[in-house]
Ligand binder design. Structure first.
Ligand SMILES: Nc1nc2c(ncn2[C@@H]2O[C@H](COP(=O)(O)OP(=O)(O)OP(=O)(O)O)[C@@H](O)[C@H]2O)c(=O)[nH]1
Ligand SMILES: [Mg+2]
Length: 360
């Protein structure tokens, strides 16, 4: 799963990327090449479990991010296509819009309001998809002139016609509630508007403390309409937080009235919005969060840990994080009957502690 960070130039993409991934900002600011990095998903449950088990190793879930070069409104077709290529490879998009005002950071005048920036981003994505869909439909209609379409081709044509209507109404494919099977048929087109989108408004310190900026209502409304996740943070404040010792950071955060940093929050929002959950494994060797898709079964979890474990699967012992913390230990949880023994088809939920029983 790779998340592409996308937005107009000078919106703070690289700042956010470097805070998420720890990749050094100075070396990469304003480079015109994409950068990939891995972000740790902040998870208090892992922290608490690690305090309890004191394992040799503690492993958090991670997500990969790509810092895509800024989308320059005045760039030529070739450059735009190059950027589209990076978007195409991403599974979901983190759209950064800039609300912070800084005379020292130049800004394209036609894009000042955050909602305007999001509109520009949206229309570029919509237009690109429309072009891809129309091209494909054209090809299918040419085939149809020569011979009868195969059942697969007919089904594809039908769904593409529907998508073309959706796009013409300036709606994202992700809002159309298409069935998994329909989406699979058009998977190879890698439609941009079918990808989950998370919008981050990058605020300055004042805006962050007052929770206000120009055009906020319109931006929030647009995110709701399009089913984009929406989140506010301040790249500047996050950078300052990042530079502090753990102790000073807590002090600064309590002054700001926040419990977790914006970047920690962002990592979790992205994780949830793209449909991922964590199951946990515990023990003296390692406490670990593992990433699976929502709806994953006990067998999927076994396969995640090791293919071999899935082959040898007998049963899984499952307990929710909250139940476990209530009990305080596995022995106590067992006594209280909180530990469930489940089969391979059982759906696992976010925060479940899972232990796979397997044949030797
Ligand atoms: N005042 C203020 N400046 C910021 C904030 N976030 C980023 N900046 C500054 O804005 C400039 C651009 O930030 P980047 O993170 O490089 O922006 P970008 O979107 O990656 O830019 P391009 O890659 O050139 O498109 C830098 O000088 C940052 O220091 C913020 O929250 N407040
Ligand atoms: Mg950048």
């Amino acid at each position: 799963m790779e998340i592409g960070i996308f937005g107009l130039t000078m919106s703070g993409k690289t700042t956010i990327f470097s805070l998420l991934t720890g990749v050094n900002l100075e070396e990469h600011a304003h480079k015109n090449e994409p950068l990939t990095g891995v972000a740790k998903i902040h998870d208090e449950r892992v922290e608490r479990l690690s305090e309890l088990f004191k394992p040799k190793k503690t492993t958090y879930a991670t997500l990969s991010f790509i810092d895509i070069p800024g989308y320059d409104l005045s760039a030529n077709r070739k450059e735009k296509n190059r950027i589209f290529q990076f978007i195409q490879n991403a599974d979901s998009l983190l759209a950064v819009v800039r609300a912070f005002e800084s005379p020292s950071v130049p800004w394209p005048p036609e894009a000042e309001e955050p909602v305007k920036q999001l509109e520009i981003i949206k229309s570029e994505l919509l237009l690109r998809d429309l072009e891809v869909v129309e091209n494909r439909l054209l090809r299918l209609s040419e085939t149809e002139k020569k011979k009868k379409l195969s059942p697969d081709e007919s089904a594809e044509k039908e769904i593409l016609e529907r998508i073309s209507q959706i796009l013409e109404q300036e709606k994202f494919v992700s809002t159309a509630n298409l069935a998994e099977e329909q989406l699979k048929r058009i998977g190879s087109l890698s439609l941009f508007t079918a990808k989950p989108v998370i919008v981050v408004a990058n605020l300055d310190e004042d805006q962050f403390s007052t929770k206000k900026y120009n055009g906020k209502e319109k931006l929030v409304e647009s995110c709701e309409e399009n089913k984009f996740a929406y989140l506010e943070l301040s790249g500047k404040i996050e950078q300052e937080l990042n530079a502090l010792s753990a102790e000073d950071r807590e002090l600064f955060m309590s002054e700001l009235g926040i419990e977790e940093s914006g970047i920690q929050r962002l990592s979790r929002v992205v994780y949830e919005h793209v449909g991922l959950i964590s199951f946990l494994t515990v023990g003296e060797d390692e406490v670990r969060a593992w990433t699976v898709k929502k709806g994953a079964t006990a067998l999927d979890c076994a396969a995640k840990v090791h293919t071999d474990l899935a082959k040898r699967f007998i049963k899984a012992e499952v307990i929710s994080y909250d139940d476990f913390m209530k009990a305080g230990s596995m022995a106590e949880a067992k006594k209280l009957g909180l530990l469930r023994l489940v089969g391979r088809e059982e759906v696992v939920h976010d925060g479940d502690i899972v232990h796979i029983r397997a044949n030797a």
